[in-house]
Design a protein around this ligand. Structure first.
Ligand SMILES: CC(C)(COP(=O)(O)OP(=O)(O)OC[C@H]1O[C@@H](n2cnc3c(N)ncnc32)[C@H](O)[C@@H]1OP(=O)(O)O)[C@@H](O)C(=O)NCCC(=O)NCCS
Length: 300
């Protein structure tokens, strides 16, 4: 079903933006393929179903696929809509963003957030009524052969492979470690833990209790430390360092020769840990931008 939601006239040509019905989602798969969040078709279709994914596109036919925007709930939050993918430039891009944001606000969201953007793109969104939600730093470590065999011993934890029965413990420690915006739900955790071609999911246990976890992955030579969380009651006890050492050696064993991680610019504990482990900050920060109904209204 095609539902034209925003017939627009821009300059000398008309731009009609339509909402894609669920039966059309599969047709957009080739265009979103390769997006970090949709590493395979199953993850894409699951996301659309579970995160109330919506696609708005410029109707009127284009042989190479129309400009479109894909949005959905931020993790399990129905009050925050996230922009996960956009194809389009200039005035068309602006119209897509504004239509998607306005539709989300009408549906009950009170915030519309972007994925991490480079500085130029963040400036563009600022002109459209967005503001900076947070600055993200990217860090990289070149992997050399290092002895990691003792990881865990100093912190008096056992580091084991994740098992499904740890899920509740991992989610509750995650909620204790991260604030409301960043905490993970089960579905997003699964998506993160399966997002690379080879994945590693480690848990740190002490006295039978899961007190920390780390998720990493490797795509060929490129490794990613995707998530690291230590229960709030056990931070500062060497567990984060032990997990980081072990995930580094695991990803190295999968063939990674460089490892990337990102974190918020004001996360002093994480930045200090990563720098201690030999990560170096890369030059260009990323920006997550957000817009509220008021910001959208004021920037007309
Ligand atoms: C960041 C985090 C993973 C660190 O793990 P941890 O187990 O608390 O840290 P460790 O005890 O292993 O400390 C290792 C190093 O981290 C740094 N560090 C840890 N806590 C710190 C703090 N409160 N302030 C500054 N640096 C800190 C230090 O460099 C420390 O080395 P040192 O003991 O020689 O000074 C943990 O605090 C955490 O889960 N925080 C919330 C979630 C998060 O931010 N995750 C990572 C970003 S995605």
């Amino acid at each position: 079903m095609v539902h034209i939601i925003a017939p627009e006239t821009q300059g000398c040509y008309g731009v009609a933006i339509a909402a894609a019905g669920p039966e059309m989602f599969k047709a957009f798969w080739p265009a979103v393929r390769g997006n970090y969040f949709f590493r395979n078709r199953r993850l894409f279709i699951d996301f659309m179903r579970q995160n109330e994914g919506r696609i708005y596109y410029v109707s009127g036919g284009s042989r190479t696929g129309p400009p479109f925007i894909l949005v959905g709930n931020w993790r399990s939050r129905t009050d925050i809509t996230a922009l996960w993918h956009i194809k389009g430039d200039g005035i068309i891009k602006k119209r897509l963003v504004r239509v998607a944001a306005a539709s989300s606000f009408e549906a009950g969201s009170d915030r519309f957030v972007t994925k991490p953007l480079g500085e130029c793109e963040a400036d563009e969104y600022e002109r459209w009524g967005f503001e900076v939600l947070c600055r993200i730093l990217l860090l990289e470590k070149r992997l050399r052969r290092e002895s990691e065999s003792s990881a865990g011993l100093e912190a008096d934890v056992e580091i084991v492979r994740y098992r499904k029965r740890y899920l509740d413990d991992v989610l509750s420690l995650d909620a204790s470690a991260f604030d409301d915006f960043w905490k993970l739900d089960a579905h997003t955790l699964e998506a993160v833990a399966t997002s690379c071609y080879r994945n590693a999911f480690l848990a740190a246990k002490r006295d039978g209790e899961v007190v920390g976890y780390a998720v990493g992955g490797a795509n060929g030579r490129f490794g990613y430390l995707q998530r690291l969380g230590i229960h709030a009651a056990h931070q500062g006890e060497g567990i984060g360092e032990a997990l980081t050492r072990r995930i580094i050696s695991t990803l190295q064993g999968m063939g990674a020769v460089s490892l990337m991680v990102n974190t918020q610019e004001d996360n002093d504990a994480a930045l200090s840990l990563y720098r201690k482990m030999g990560f170096e900050t890369m030059p260009d920060p990323r920006f997550i931008m957000q817009c509220t109904p008021r910001g959208l209204e004021q920037s007309r």
